[in-house]
Design a protein around this ligand. Structure first.
Ligand SMILES: CC(C)(COP(=O)(O)OP(=O)(O)OC[C@H]1O[C@@H](n2cnc3c(N)ncnc32)[C@H](O)[C@@H]1OP(=O)(O)O)[C@@H](O)C(=O)NCCC(=O)NCCS
Length: 152
């Protein structure tokens, strides 16, 4: 499946992306609305994937340190998971942060998503604190050096 991928810039599309984040990443764990956002939204890049105009996937990246990006809030709607949408979002997040000078990205992956990140070139660094005391979480990273083939 090939979704339409773009950077969310309008308030309306950001709101739609936050709702999807909350539905996929927070609601199943009884977390309140608002818990799907943090203080870095304004300086982050939020990518959305659309199918028939509806947002079906989203992810976010920000510069966590000079040259180092952090990906957070990867969420694909249940009915379209496993069809390549997550991969498209991840590629755009990596590309965008790479353009802004990141040579490396890291993220904290839930246990269920580790295979997804491994399939996309990430390395498992170590297990970190459990999310909500129950979800196993793993620090993973990827080098963005040599991501682009320079024209001769
Ligand atoms: C994790 C998530 C973002 C992945 O997005 P997705 O659209 O389902 O994944 P894709 O279809 O793009 O998968 C890309 C690759 O990863 C593999 N993959 C995806 N999920 C996988 C899984 N659970 N187990 C094994 N492999 C998986 C696919 O086989 C595919 O590999 P391929 O290109 O070699 O065939 C999505 O499933 C999701 O939102 N899950 C629930 C919320 C969540 O856990 N988010 C991550 C928080 S860290």
């Amino acid at each position: 499946m090939k979704a339409e991928i773009s950077i969310a810039r309008e308030t309306q599309e950001l709101e739609e992306a936050y709702l999807l984040r909350w539905t996929i990443l927070r609601k199943p764990w009884q977390q309140p609305k608002g818990s799907e956002q943090d203080e870095l939204e304004a300086e982050s890049i939020t990518v959305v994937a659309r199918e028939n105009k509806l947002i079906v996937g989203t992810g976010r990246v920000h510069m966590a340190a000079p040259g180092v990006g952090q990906i957070r809030y990867m969420a694909v709607a249940g009915e379209v998971q496993g069809k390549g949408v997550g991969k498209q979002i991840l590629c755009m997040l990596e590309e965008e942060i790479n353009k802004r000078g990141a040579q490396k990205v890291f993220l904290n992956s839930r246990e269920n998503a580790v295979k997804f990140y491994l399939a996309n070139g990430y390395t498992l660094v170590k297990e970190v604190d459990k999310l909500y005391g129950v979800i196993r979480h793993f620090l993973m990273e990827k080098s963005l050096l040599n991501t682009h083939i320079e024209p001769i």
